[in-house]
Write a protein that binds this ligand. Structure first.
Ligand SMILES: Nc1nc2c(ncn2[C@@H]2O[C@H](COP(=O)(O)OP(=O)(O)OP(=O)(O)O)[C@@H](O)[C@H]2O)c(=O)[nH]1
Ligand SMILES: [Mg+2]
Length: 297
């Protein structure tokens, strides 16, 4: 007898949803950064453990639509709220609950099992504050469970898995047992590079960055070692941004490339030769066709 559990991860931007997804499945498939609105589309992460297959759906942080890209992100979230079975509502314990969570709670259906994950407890200096906070959160909705965690310190994750387990149902495994994600290889690669760019750049470059993989080629070098050649383009919105992404004497681009290469090599278990180019595409976030082009539809 096999079981499955479909679990949607929702919450405001920057609370740690993608970090939680990566921690639960044990691989860094989703881009994480300190900047809000890192996740742009739904990402499925799959974990098969014993008889049970867990399918996690990471969503973009909920926020108001400001341009076409945001509109797309908001729609992605609303679609998933309607079809929720089990959800992890993630909040940042230093920020607490406010209007966005209230709106969301009012949209949960009666059949949904919602587990409140109170993240970033490592940031609390006085842990006794937590008790009062947890009872305040319990007023919002009839949560299946309320679990304080620190994804950063891998604290409380086992409790989250135990809570999810209660809602696993008998049924088939919909994905191959060794599958990790529905993201095509090229999308994972592009996301890893975009994450490194976001992490290295200051806030002067807001969200106007997209990455596409132009070519992939696997070859064997003269010493018999396998090498993956990856050519990627980093798109930014303004000429002035291009200079920042490249950096003085190319230093920023080299740093982004080196960080990305290290992660690509670890993830794909092959030596990587990464070439990154920077191009300007003005206002790409507002152009429907370009958004589709970047695989965000
Ligand atoms: N201190 C601390 N930081 C954390 C923790 N979990 C995540 N973070 C950080 O919070 C930031 C946001 O994490 P993400 O996982 O990208 O957040 P998200 O909710 O997916 O954000 P969006 O995709 O923008 O909606 C990153 O800098 C993480 O390293 C935690 O337990 N403690
Ligand atoms: Mg995210």
């Amino acid at each position: 007898m096999t079981k499955n559990a479909f679990v949607t991860i929702i919450g405001r931007p920057n609370v740690g949803k993608s970090s939680l997804l990566n921690a639960l499945i044990g691989e860094r498939i989703a881009a994480v950064s300190a900047k809000p609105q890192t996740t742009r589309t739904k990402i499925t992460g799959v974990l098969t453990k014993g008889d049970t297959q867990y399918v996690f759906i990471d969503t973009p942080g909920m926020h108001r639509a400001k341009n076409k890209l945001s509109e797309h992100m908001v729609k992605t979230i609303n679609d998933s709220v309607a079809e929720l079975e089990t959800a992890l509502l993630v909040i940042d314990c230093t920020k607490g609950i406010s209007e966005p969570e209230r709106v969301l709670a009012s949209e949960f259906s009666k059949r949904s099992h919602v587990i409140l994950v109170v993240n970033k407890i490592d940031l609390l200096e006085d842990k006794s504050e937590l008790i009062a906070k947890l009872s305040e959160y319990s007023q919002l909705y009839d949560f299946a469970e309320i679990i304080p965690v620190s994804v950063l310190e891998a604290d409380g994750l086992e409790l989250v898995m135990q809570a999810i387990n209660k809602f696993a149902v008998e049924g088939p495994h919909y994905f191959p047992d060794d599958m990790l994600t529905d993201q095509p290889e090229k999308v994972i690669m592009a996301e890893m590079i975009r994450e490194k760019a976001l992490n290295n750049l200051n806030d002067e470059i807001p969200h106007g960055i997209a990455v596409t993989i132009e070519s992939l080629n696997e070859r064997t070098d003269s010493s018999g070692e396998d090498i993956l050649d990856i050519s990627a383009t980093i798109y930014c919105e303004r000429e002035s941004h291009k200079g920042i992404v490249i950096g003085k004497g190319g230093s920023m681009l080299r740093k982004i490339g080196a960080d990305a290469r290290a992660e690509l090599e670890a993830f794909f278990a092959i030596k990587v030769n990464l070439q990154c180019w920077v191009k300007v595409k003005e206002g790409w976030r507002n152009r429907e066709a370009l958004i589709k082009n970047f695989g965000l539809d």
